[in-house]
Design a protein around this ligand. Structure first.
Ligand code: ATP
Ligand code: MG
Length: 428
């Protein structure tokens, strides 16, 4: 069987140490554990990143030391530890403000919420078993900072070289243990511009409906990371092709242009989460888009901004028909540049008209801040002082006053007052 062949002797690859305080400290932790007689390695994403030539953002340590042993060995000057998941074997070691997760070699049972396994075993687990529980071959590499070599029990080096994402072991089994891995798979492919191994892909395809067993918060978190990653178009394509998309956002309609839009999104100057969500949902009626965003528990500001973008881009085509005041009110929206950004994406992807974007840009270069949002000439108190009776009509009057200001009919207090006399004669 492939697995036993892989889990024999590791493949070794020399890899010089990266520079930097973070690596130095991580290597030091490994040395301390080794000197104390434990096995210890750097493990996981940082090795993948090092081999890809990207600076790791953190280093994790895997060791044969039990949590209490790790705590004991780092009860020394300049170090301290924190319990961040003792039951899963993880102790955080801190030095000079830098933090490292040190985790005991473990094998594990099922994952309950896609975050943590429900039961783990430390006893008799060696490093080979520890890498076997990890999700993808490229995340299952070890680094020995003293020998300066990568140790590969799972075929991760070859997969990195071939730019391929593959589960460690049988993909069906690995996705049944933890459904979240289906989304992690797509996230890593989308981040690294890899291809997905066919068996891994097929397993996701056949298990996609089970993604709903993962908490919505975790789904949202993964989706956010995919959409704001380097290759969101690739991630969206895989979400569609595996069928995950329909389960993540069950009430949205199928949308043949989504991929084209994401191609354009990748070239967009603005690429934050609300831009991505607006790109994703640009075909949905606003209420359905809102429903989807609430279902995935996006934050209120994220939802509001996405809906403002969608509403804005839908209004944009009627810019020419708007009066001057209405145009100015539209163009002074704080999100106007992003609204135009979404419109440009739609121009590239599906023939959205370009003319209103050009018009918007022309007007924006014509009108400065002062022209778009002139300081108010009269307020409600002023109306009261002038003898108007306060009430719902005030709002209308103030709006009409601003209209007159925006169109240039009035420009100072005196002209505002006479305009008011004419337009709203006082009832005695
Ligand atoms: P990133 O750069 O996105 O943090 P990472 O590889 O460090 O990528 P983490 O989520 O921080 O990913 O996890 C660290 C390591 O723990 C992974 O590289 C992998 O070996 C293992 N791991 C994390 N989540 C899972 C999971 N759900 N199932 C199996 N192994 C996992
Ligand atoms: Mg990480």
């Amino acid at each position: 069987m492939v697995e036993s062949a892989l889990l024999g002797e590791p493949i070794r690859r020399w890899l010089g140490v990266p520079k930097g305080a973070l690596f130095e400290e991580a290597a030091q932790i490994v040395s301390i554990l080794r000197r104390a007689g434990f096995a210890a390695y750097l493990v996981g994403g940082s090795i993948r990143d090092m081999l890809l030539g990207e600076p790791p953002k953190d280093y994790d340590v895997a060791t044969s030391a039990k949590p209490e042993e790790t705590e004991a060995w780092f009860r020394k000057p300049h170090y301290h530890t924190a319990d961040v998941g003792r039951e899963f074997g993880t102790i955080m070691v801190v030095r000079h403000g830098l933090t490292f997760e040190v985790t005991t070699f473990r094998s594990e049972g099922r994952y309950e919420d896609g975050r943590r396994p429900t039961e783990v075993t430390f006893d008799g687990v060696d490093v080979r078993e520890d890498v076997k529980r990890r999700d993808f071959t490229i995340n299952g590499l070890l680094y020995d900072p003293i020998a300066e070599e990568v140790l590969d029990y799972v075929g991760g080096i070859e997969d990195l070289d071939r730019k391929r994402l593959r589960t460690i072991g049988d993909p069906y089994a690995r996705f049944s243990e933890d459904r979240l891995r289906m989304l992690r798979a797509i996230r890593f492919v989308g981040r690294l511009n890899f291809t997905m191994d066919q068996a891994t892909f097929e397993a996701i395809q056949s298990m996609a409906h089970r993604i709903v067993e993962v908490s919505v918060e975790r789904i949202q978190q993964e989706l956010t990371r995919m959409l704001t990653g380097l290759y969101p178009c690739l991630a969206v394509r895989l979400l569609e092709e595996t069928g995950l998309f329909a389960h993540i956002l069950p009430n949205t309609s199928s949308d043949p242009l989504r991929l084209l839009r994401f191609q354009a999104f990748e070239e967009s100057a603005y690429r934050d989460i609300s831009m991505a969500l607006a790109t994703l949902l640009s075909h949905e009626p606003l209420d359905r888009a809102e429903q989807g965003l609430r279902h995935l528990r996006f934050s209120n500001p994220e939802i509001r901004e996405t809906l403002d973008l969608l509403a804005g881009v839908r209004l944009l085509p009627s810019l020419r028909e708007m009066g001057i005041a209405e145009q100015k009110r539209f163009l002074r929206r704080p999100l106007i540049q992003k609204i135009l950004g979404i419109a440009r994406i739609l121009v590239k992807a599906e023939g959205f008209p370009e003319a209103p974007i050009v018009l918007a840009q022309e007007q924006l270069s014509l009108w400065d801040e002062q022209a778009l949002s002139p300081p108010r000439l009269l307020d409600g108190n002023a109306l009261k002082r002038l003898g108007y009776r306060s009430g719902p009509r005030f709002k209308e009057m103030l709006l009409a006053l601003e209209d007159a200001q925006l169109t240039g009919e009035i420009c100072d207090e005196a002209s505002a007052l006479s305009w008011l006399e004419r337009s709203y004669p006082r009832e005695e």
